[in-house]
Each structure stands twice: as C-alpha cells, then as structure tokens.
Design a protein around this ligand. Structure first.
Ligand code: FAD
Length: 370
C-alpha cells in the first residue's frame, strides 16, 4: 500500500520540532517557506501542500532502503555493516599542497579536482569553512574553489540548499560531498526526481564522508567563540580512539578539549542515524586508525571505481591495502552505530513499527540488535 502523502506540516511536526532535523538542507533553497537561519530550519509561513518534496527527501522520514539501493547499486539494500562495497583500500594524495590543507589523506579534494579536469563534473556542492569558522555550503566551479573547501568542519551544514537553488535549465554536471544524512537525502532525490529543480541526473558523483556525529552549528560555534580567538584557528580534528579529544589547531598552539566536553554539542538527531560510512555514495572516505595522513576509501559504484583508477593511473593518488585489523575495527564501529541508533529509535517510539521510518524491516532490525 502506498504511503500517505505528507508535506511541510508533517515535516515540522515529525522532524523539526521533534529534534530530528539533521540540517542537511534538502528542504531549503527551493521552498519559500523553509529557510536555514542561524543553525536551524525556520518556517516562515504555513504551507498547505499535502505532498511535499521537503518531506519526501528528508533523511529522517520513512525511507525505502531497498528502493534507493536499487537506484544506486541495482540490488536490494546490503545489510553489511558498511554497506555495498566493490573495494576497500587506503589512499593519500600525491599533491603536497593538498596534503597541507586536507583533513587526512586529501583523497576527497584530489578526486573532486580530477573529476573536474576529466570533465566528469563541471562543479561540486561542498562545505567551506569561513574566516569566522562557520561551515557554509558552496557551489565550487574551479580547482581553486575545491581546494578552498579542503579540511573538515565538524559542524552540520545545509549543503543541499545550494543544490536546490541551481536553475532548472542549468545542465552543469555536478558532484557533491556530504555526510551520511546528506548523501541519504541526495539519494532519495535521485530515486524520486524533484520537480521544478535542475535535473537530478546531472549529479554525476557523490562522495560520502564517514561520520559518527556532527556538531550543532549554533551552540558549538558559540562555545568556540567564548573559548578561542577564532581568527587564529587553522584546523579542527578528532583523532581516532583512544585519543578521546577534539583538537583545535590554532596559532601558535594546538588546543585540545576532552571529547566528553564536546559531546554536549552533537546534533541530537545523530543518535538515530544508522549509517557511519555514507552507504549510498559512489565513494566513501574516512580516516585510517593508526595511519596518519591517509584515508580509508570504500569504492561502491562503477563511477567511483573508474575515478579512483584514473587517479591511480595519473599518479594523483597513491594507494595501499587496508590492514585487516583496520577493516575489522571499521565494521565494528559501523555496527555499533547501527545498534545504538536502533535502541534509541525503539526507546523513543516504544513501538517497533516505527523502526520502519529508517527503512529497515522489523526482522532486519531484530537481527541487528541481536
Ligand atoms: C561532521 C563530520 C564528521 C566526521 N566523522 C568522522 C568519523 O567519525 N570517522 C572518520 O573516519 N571520519 C570522519 N569524518 C571524515 C573526515 O573528517 C574526513 O572528511 C575524511 O577522512 C576525508 O578526508 P580528506 O583529507 O580526504 O578530505 P579533504 O580533501 O580535506 O576534503 C574534505 C571535504 O569535506 C567536506 N566537508 C567539510 N566539512 C564538512 C561538513 N561539516 N559537512 C559536510 N562536508 C564537509 C568539504 O566539502 C571537503 O570537500 C567526518 C567528517 C565530518 C564533516
């Protein structure tokens, strides 16, 4: 039976006011009622559309994981801990300049630049850290602009807003880099193409980031501003366990905060997220425990495989095997995130049926929780 259509009213009730909004930006940019304002999605006026694209693409509304998996991989949802993967390896850029600015291995920046020069994309929707250290979505159209976005800003950013603003008749081929919730929203758009927006088929490359949680842009930014001179901050980092710290590289020193002090600023919605590795991306990228300056790279689609192969052939990336121990840890961490999220969802609703809102059948959920 087809799900009952829902719109802005339900999005506000079930997601935004329920504290489940991820700030992915999928409901903004093309809508006159919903706007991103100071770290939250604000409703400017009541919308009466009963079948809203805002509700449809939200990563926290009911998601048919099998349907979107068919769309990306041509097969039902993989219940593997880290989703569907063709190959998993470690890599780093060969470009010293990128190495100097990137978060870890610079794989994301290097793949984007290569995709641009090879003509796979004409631009990419990315996140840029501004001088005041806020995270802002941008449409980067040159290698220089891609380079300016290198590095991780751990604050949630409504990256899909600028995508929604691209004029309908713009046929530029696009890439997008996002966290798992952003990638999920983008995949829902691919599965049910939006109307009155640029053709979703123009999105040619989706690079996903690993993510355990993101920080509230409003509260965390205020905290940082009280503690630091933000004009001197160069980089944020969350070193892998057992470090348990949030590092801020400032001049002249590095300042570390215990992770427990930072956790109060995580987005509450991250507790309900099942995906640590951006399972619907073409390529997913995250750190490598114990191997500094490299990225773990999960190649998921033919497009991802082709791009990484070209990067290797053109000596833009050097690659190596992911040690088996690292793979085991990665799977363990991803599974832990799923189990924690399912418990939170069950606690919240007290009704197993509501587990369906993340697209898992009650049987799959039970299997994961076992
Ligand atoms: C909120 C968040 C949480 C993360 N959590 C983990 C984790 O738990 N474990 C792990 O292994 N890795 C995590 N990462 C990924 C990691 O920090 C690196 O982004 C990844 O390893 C790629 O490194 P790189 O050197 O190849 O990227 P770079 O070449 O430096 O490129 C980084 C890219 O990240 C994008 N970006 C920066 N900030 C944001 C943001 N706030 N939202 C969306 N995109 C952004 C930029 O557009 C840029 O293109 C997280 C990243 C973010 C943004």
């Amino acid at each position: 039976m087809a799900a009952e259509p829902k719109g802005c009213k339900e999005l506000v009730n079930e997601v935004i006011e329920a504290g489940l909004c991820t700030l992915c930006g999928a409901c903004t940019g093309n809508c006159p009622y919903l706007v991103y304002h100071k770290g939250r999605i604000a409703l400017l006026d009541n919308c009466t559309i009963s079948d809203g694209q805002c509700y449809k693409y939200c990563p926290r509304t009911c998601t048919d994981l099998d349907a979107i998996s068919q769309q990306v991989f041509g097969k039902p949802y993989s219940e593997e801990e880290i989703g569907a993967a063709k190959e998993i390896l470690i890599a780093r850029t060969t470009d010293k300049r990128v190495r100097g600015k990137a978060q870890y291995g610079g794989v994301v920046t290097t793949l984007l630049s290569l995709a641009l020069t090879e003509g796979l994309i004409d631009g990419a929707v990315l996140t840029k850290t501004s001088d005041d250290k806020t995270a802002n979505p941008v449409l980067a159209r040159s290698e220089k602009e891609i380079f300016q976005c290198a590095g991780s800003n751990y604050m949630a950013c409504p990256v899909l807003g600028p995508y929604n603003q691209i004029p309908r008749d713009d046929s530029s081929k696009l890439g997008i880099v996002g966290t798992p919730c952003q990638v999920l929203a983008m995949t829902k758009m691919k599965n049910t193409p939006p109307i009155n927006r640029a053709n979703i088929r123009n999105v040619k490359l989706v690079i996903g980031l690993f993510c355990t949680w993101a920080l509230s842009p409003d509260k965390f930014h205020r905290f940082l501003k009280e503690k630091l001179d933000l004009s001197k901050v160069k980089k944020f980092d969350i070193p892998p366990p057992p470090a348990n710290r949030f590092d801020v590289y400032s001049t002249p020193d590095k300042i570390s905060f215990p992770l427990d002090e930072i956790r109060q600023f995580t987005m509450p919605t991250c507790a309900y997220c099942l995906d640590m590795t951006s399972e619907f991306a073409d390529v997913s990228v995250g750190s490598v425990e114990g191997i500094e300056g490299w990225d773990t790279v999960v190649i998921r689609t033919d497009i991802g495989a082709e791009l990484v192969k070209t990067a290797k052939d053109k000596k833009k990336l050097e690659t190596d095997k992911l040690p088996l121990e690292n793979l085991a840890h990665l799977k363990e961490a991803a599974l832990l995130k799923k189990k924690r999220a399912l418990k939170e969802i069950a606690n919240r609703s007290g009704d197993e049926k509501n587990l369906l809102y993340v697209g898992l059948s009650p049987n799959s959920a039970k299997k994961l929780l076992a």
